[in-house]
Design a protein around this ligand. Structure first.
Ligand code: PEP
Ligand code: MN
Length: 363
């Protein structure tokens, strides 16, 4: 099994003491716009300039990108500023054109990562090249699909790799445009610590006023870099206007981010940390014990319902439990999202235990 060791070398070659920053507009719009933004990002903490040339849009009729002409503008921007250039590619023809125009970094968008045919086509077109390739997470929260995309590119001989966490689509309304589901990138990072991981707070939040906060969260989780959409006139941007920031604001955001050490070797720190962890472990154990006992009661209820031929789901009771726990939990400083998630899971498990009893002896 591949562990992707060595895929970080391209990033280390930048010799940065801070996280890598990729910035630039959602879309290349005009030559002037591309050059103006690039000039403003030169001599900043930005290492790679991004711009979408082909834009995947939810509905037809929106701005679908300027197409190949934009690659010429990026070439100019590269010559003038020395910044590396990055574009999104969604098929073999995009790859061919990007290679012809000396683009340094190619990223696979969220709507493409979901499609193994498209990713394979891109992988085949990249074979034998030395490009940096970044794979955004698929729109749906599917770690295996994301990793499958990485594997296809790696199998084509591309070793300068990275993943971009841009959040996941959800039917539910949340404060995010794409909910982060941090546990997915955390699991990916746990399995493949050598694979560079970059956060895209612009597409996660969809709002420029939340970019700083999500960027800090990413750094606190040890991310290697950030991709932040940056425009010279964000409100007038032809795509994703609400989430883009000016180069000036980008600089302020980057300056405000707190970089923390990965760890600390002092005895004092480690003793205290261990103490906290022991106390936490104790609560985890207690929680599991309590849940085990709770499910035992669920089985007793199952037996009672079976004896009286009553259905498992008692909606009124469940609504009451939810409301009571929400009030109690928020008072204890727990978030509504967490309480919802926790009690959904507990309720589901409870139902399974009751069903097990009700259906026993029916086989
Ligand atoms: C983008 O980076 O502009 C883009 C289209 O992103 P995503 O694939 O994450 O939606
Ligand atoms: Mn965008």
């Amino acid at each position: 099994m591949e562990n992707y060791s060595g895929t970080k070398q391209w990033l280390e070659a930048f010799g940065l003491s801070r996280p890598l920053v990729i910035a630039g507009p959602c879309s290349a719009e005009t030559e002037e716009q591309v050059l103006d933004i690039a000039r403003q990002l030169k001599d900043s903490d930005v290492s790679i300039y991004r711009a979408g040339i082909w834009k995947p849009r939810t509905r037809p009729g929106g701005f679908e990108g300027v197409g190949a002409i934009g690659l010429k503008w990026l070439q100019k921007a590269k010559e003038e500023t020395g910044l590396m250039m990055a574009v999104e590619v969604a098929n073999a023809n995009h790859v061919k054109l990007a290679l012809e125009h000396d683009i340094d970094v190619l990223w696979i968008g969220a709507r493409t990562t979901v499609n193994p045919f498209a990713v394979q086509e891109i992988a085949d077109a990249l074979e034998g090249t030395d490009k940096i390739v970044l794979i955004k997470n698929p729109v749906n929260p599917d770690l295996a699909l994301w990793l499958g995309g990485v594997e296809r590119i790696y199998n084509a001989g591309i070793t300068k790799l990275g993943v971009v966490h841009r959040g996941f689509s959800t039917y539910e309304k949340t404060k995010y445009r794409n909910i982060p589901e941090w546990q997915i990138p955390i699991e990916l990072h746990g399995r493949y610590p050598d694979l560079p991981i970059i956060c895209d707070p612009s597409h996660i939040t969809g709002r420029r006023d939340m970019i700083q906060q999500v960027s800090q969260q990413a750094l606190d989780l040890n991310y290697d870099g950030l991709m932040i959409e940056t425009h010279n006139n964000p409100d007038k941007a032809w795509s994703d206007a609400a989430q883009q920031v000016t180069p000036q604001v980008l600089k302020e955001i980057l300056k405000s981010l707190v970089l923390r050490k990965k760890s600390d070797d002092t005895d004092e720190f480690n003793t205290q940390l261990n103490n906290y962890r022991l106390r936490m472990d104790e609560y985890d154990t207690k929680m599991l014990e309590a849940l085990g006992r709770r499910m035992q009661i669920a089985e007793d209820i199952g037996a009672l319902k079976k004896a009286n031929n009553v259905v498992v789901l008692q909606n009124k009771r469940w609504q009451e439990v939810k409301e009571r726990m929400m009030a109690m939990g928020t008072e204890k400083g727990l978030s509504e999202d967490f309480i919802n998630l926790l009690f959904k899971a507990i309720h589901q498990e409870s139902i399974s235990h009751q069903e097990k009893i009700i259906n026993s002896g029916n086989e």
